[in-house]
Design a protein around this ligand. Structure first.
Ligand code: NAD
Ligand code: UDX
Length: 464
């Protein structure tokens, strides 16, 4: 079966870039990305490509090529569902903030709403593709809803987790390590649906990199991949603390360890802590699933990755206070970077939020500079944590538009995102305009330690 019309519910960090690339590579297939958020859809349709709702290198070029040709962004959810043979669900699945599983389980209310909407609207057979990251066996729940509320329509459920990382989404989508498709391998209908999705990807991905498996293995593989990646970051971050005590350099350790071909060099960069919308959420979800099967040791094992990450963020902030003579009250501290990593405007679970919160509790005056994150977003992140009133947050923390302004007259700088532009700042000029002694706390090991010390900075890198 050749797919002619694709609908994707959810125009976020995954739905937007993924569907843009699918449309780019399948010019004969109409791809409509729908969302309830009118502002977001308007931004996806903005003539000025600088106003797309997501900052992602290379994204604007892809949108420019496909938008209006066979790529459409719309708020008309029902219409797009009705017209499509294949529907991707790419809505958010945050950690539950209420009820059973609060703080751990994935909140599936948005997924269920999608399923009910699909069931209500559909009059022709549909292939429903889970693009969101979901707990194992969610496909069964989806199928139950669709089969029991629909009007005789046949549904095939596929799992097709997304492995892109933000900041490199377009590169990851163009050259994926693998595409994973889970489906009902025991029925002809299931195999046909999988083949239809394989054909979409085969337009640009070599066949041997497209894996097909059963749905449960596919769903669990996504949680496993994120758990393993986050575990590597927590492992090297645990070593960074030991390096600081022993005088070893964590980059040297990472290099030596990463050259072992069994370990490999990637994801061994010590940092102020991992952030992003996925790692913490997916591990918590894994922990919850393990606990729900009574696998307490498995749950505790993975939970430790989160415990280590929380510790890393806290100890970075605590070290700033300790080094600044045990008080930062009334002191100006510049935060360079607010995004959870470079080349994205996404701030979900960014370590910067927690470092800022800790320092604000110590009554520091914080000034933030980030090249892509808006002032509105920074305040929204702080308000969401809820430690202080909105008025206090705006009084104690300021957002500026240049790194120089952030650092001017400050006691200390904390580098929290590894933006390339921070490497080539006029550090001598920045030093001259700071209060002395001038401190830098490099949470990303981004700057040249020797040079910073030569300029005169008191320089502290994570893991030395
Ligand atoms: P997001 O919050 O950026 O986007 C989700 C969008 O879905 C929002 O714009 C929201 O308005 C919309 N939405 C929610 N319910 C809807 C409904 N009923 N109808 C129409 N629109 C609706 O989230 P995201 O970062 O794109 O993540 C989506 C999923 O992909 C999550 O499950 C996440 O775990 C997974 N994932 C994310 C990444 C990543 O790097 N962000 C990578 C791989 C997988
Ligand atoms: C992650 C997964 O990599 C991706 O496959 C999945 O689809 C979504 O979740 P993302 O969160 O976008 O992607 O970014 P990633 O590059 O994985 O970084 C996550 C966090 O770990 C960032 O805060 C990053 O700074 C941190 N990190 C990563 C480190 O601190 N050190 C490293 O060596 C690598």
């Amino acid at each position: 079966m050749k797919i002619k019309n694709i609908c994707c519910i959810g125009a976020g960090y995954v739905g937007g870039p993924t569907m843009s690339v699918i449309a780019q590579k399948n010019p004969g297939v109409n791809v409509t990305v729908v969302d309830l958020n009118e502002k977001r859809i308007a931004a996806w349709n903005d003539e000025d490509l600088d106003n797309l709702p997501i900052y992602e290198p290379g994204l604007a070029d892809v949108v420019k090529e496909a938008r209006g040709r066979n790529l459409f962004f719309s708020t008309e959810v029902d219409k797009a569902i009705a017209e499509a043979e294949m529907i991707f669900i790419s809505v958010n699945t945050p950690t539950k903030t209420y009820g059973i599983g609060k703080g751990m389980a994935a909140d599936l209310k948005y997924i269920e709403l999608c399923a009910r909407q699909i069931a209500r609207v559909s009059t022709t057979d549909k292939i429903v593709v889970e693009k969101s990251t979901l707990p194992v066996r969610t496909a069964q729940a989806l199928k139950n809803i669709l089969d029991n509320t629909g009007n005789g329509v046949n549904y095939q459920i596929l799992s097709n987790p997304e492995f892109l990382a933000e900041g490199t989404a377009i590169e990851d989508l163009h050259n994926p390590d693998r595409i994973l498709i889970g489906g009902d391998m025991d029925s002809k209908e299931g195999r046909d649906a999988m083949q239809a999705l394989v054909d979409v990807y085969a337009e640009w991905v070599p066949k041997e990199q497209i894996l097909t498996t059963n749905v449960w293995s596919s769903e669990l593989s996504k949680l496993t991949a994120n758990a393993f990646l986050a575990q590597r970051v927590s492992s090297i971050n645990a070593m960074s603390e030991l390096c600081e005590k022993t005088g070893a350099d964590v980059s040297e350790v990472a290099k030596a360890v990463g050259m072992d071909s069994r370990i490999g060099p990637k994801f061994l960069k010590a940092s102020v802590g991992f952030g992003g919308s996925c790692f913490q959420k997916d591990i918590l979800n894994l922990v919850y699933i393990a606990k729900s099967y009574g696998l307490n040791e498995v749950a505790d094992y993975w939970e430790q990755v989160i415990i280590m990450n929380d510790h890393q963020k806290r100890r970075f902030a605590a070290n700033i206070v300790k080094t600044l003579f045990n008080t930062v009250s009334g002191k100006k501290i510049a935060l360079l970077g607010w995004a959870f990593k470079k080349d994205t405007n996404d701030t979900r679970e960014s370590a910067a939020i927690y470092v800022a919160d800790y320092l604000l509790n110590e009554q520091a005056e914080i000034v933030v500079y980030d090249p892509k994150v808006t002032e509105e977003q920074i305040y929204a992140d702080l308000d969401y944590i809820g430690t202080r009133s909105e008025v206090e947050n705006r009084k104690l923390l300021k957002v500026v538009r240049t790194p120089f302004l952030a650092c001017e007259n400050s006691h200390a700088i904390a580098v929290l995102t590894e933006w390339d532009e921070f490497k080539s700042l006029d550090w001598k000029k920045i030093y001259e305009n700071m209060l002395k002694p001038a401190f830098i706390f490099d949470g990303r090991k981004l700057l040249d330690q020797k040079r910073m010390k030569e300029i005169g900075f008191e320089y502290y890198a994570i893991g030395n």
